[in-house]
Design a binder for this molecule. Structure first.
Ligand SMILES: C[S@@+](CC[C@H](N)C(=O)[O-])C[C@H]1O[C@@H](n2cnc3c(N)ncnc32)[C@H](O)[C@@H]1O
Length: 337
């Protein structure tokens, strides 16, 4: 169970796991752009020590819960009791409800008032880890299940999505046995600071769409910082200034070169999509500075809009249908050391 996420490696996971399997014994790994932590969780379930990193707060919170928490340190009955108690918190509308449920309409105000009240209790009552991050992770996943968007927070639906009318419900987050760690920082900085690992997984953003802009509501919910917001989407004001080089056609190449240079790992698995700002040839050339490169291409049906075509209000097909399949590339690099 996790959040809806652009670029989540849900469909690619078996292919990534197959590659990992082929490498033999891997004891430690780093997922440097962890997002939903899907890949990091797969690695941890395989018994590795995993470090998860993302620049955004949701990656850190989901990572603290699923990766940095050792399931053996949590009493499931205590956690279940805590979530039940939090779930019963009386609604109390606050900043979240006003900003994201009334001024904008990402979540129904009835659920918004519950989110505000539960978030406030987590802040004041849960100062210790891992219970704090487990509760936050559960709240994030619960909020995502009742949102009213098409999946990103650039806009919200005109009328409430059916799921937005359901009642927010805190559920047990996934717990995995074993050690792990988490950071919230730039991936290259993280790679330099964690030291050597057997395997680094690299899944950066590959086009101009900013993850902060796409998931700004979750960033604000988890930071709890109540920032000034702007525009119809009511984005946090720092969406204007917190820019990632990975979203820039000009800066993505130096960012990728710096990252590849910073990683200290025998193996690297790099995900990229054939519609990204770097061509597969450019990626291969950069990776070859570190060792031998093997590429695996996986074809996927494209997002539903491209498959069903563009229709006018009377339901007739208009315009040209875009590509209906895209190719996800996995690059396996064995470092020369
Ligand atoms: C393609 S998504 C990763 C998806 C992830 N593998 C999954 O399965 O959920 C790219 C991620 O990179 C993060 N990101 C963007 N710029 C970053 C940076 N400079 N350092 C670390 N993470 C960054 C985004 O927040 C986003 O979660």
């Amino acid at each position: 169970m996790t959040i809806k996420y652009i670029g989540s490696k849900r469909l690619l996971l078996p292919h990534i796991e197959g590659l990992v399997e082929s490498l033999g014994t891997i004891k430690s790994s780093a997922d440097l752009f962890t997002g939903t932590t899907r890949v990091a969780r797969m690695l941890k379930r395989r018994g590795q020590f995993v470090h998860a990193n993302d620049i955004l707060a949701h990656g850190e919170v989901l990572g603290r819960a699923a990766i940095a928490t050792d399931a053996r340190d949590v009493n499931p009955a205590t956690l279940e009791e805590l979530l039940k108690d939090l779930d019963a918190t009386p609604p109390e509308p606050g900043y979240f409800t006003q900003t994201f449920c009334r001024d904008a309409r990402y979540v129904h105000p009835d659920n918004g008032a519950r989110i505000d009240a539960i978030r406030a209790r987590i802040e004041s009552e849960l100062t210790d880890e891992p219970l704090r991050c487990l509760a936050l992770s559960s709240l994030l996943i619960a909020a995502d299940r009742v949102d009213s968007t098409t999946g990103v927070q650039m806009a919200y639906l005109k009328s409430w999505a059916p799921r937005a009318l359901k009642t927010l419900e805190l559920k047990m987050p996934e717990l995995i046995e074993g050690p792990g760690s988490v950071t919230r920082m730039d991936a290259a900085q993280c790679a330099r600071s964690i030291g050597p690992v057997d395997l680094a997984y690299v899944d950066p953003p590959y086009n101009q769409h900013s993850y902060l802009g796409n998931y700004h509501v979750w960033e604000t919910l988890l930071r709890g910082d109540q920032p000034e917001s702007y525009g119809v989407a009511n984005k946090r004001i720092d969406c204007k200034t917190r820019k990632s080089p990975w979203n820039s056609t000009r800066f993505i190449r130096p960012a990728f070169e710096e990252l590849v240079d910073s990683i200290d790992a025998r193996w690297m698995i790099v995900s990229f999509n054939d519609e990204g700002a770097l061509t597969t040839g450019e990626i291969t050339a950069i990776l070859e500075t570190r060792g031998s490169v093997r590429r695996v291409d996986i074809e996927h049906p494209r997002y539903v809009g491209a498959r069903i075509g563009i229709h006018n209000p009377s339901g007739e097909k208009v315009g040209t249908i875009g590509r209906t399949r895209n190719i996800e590339c996995l690059f396996l690099v064995e470092s020369r050391g």
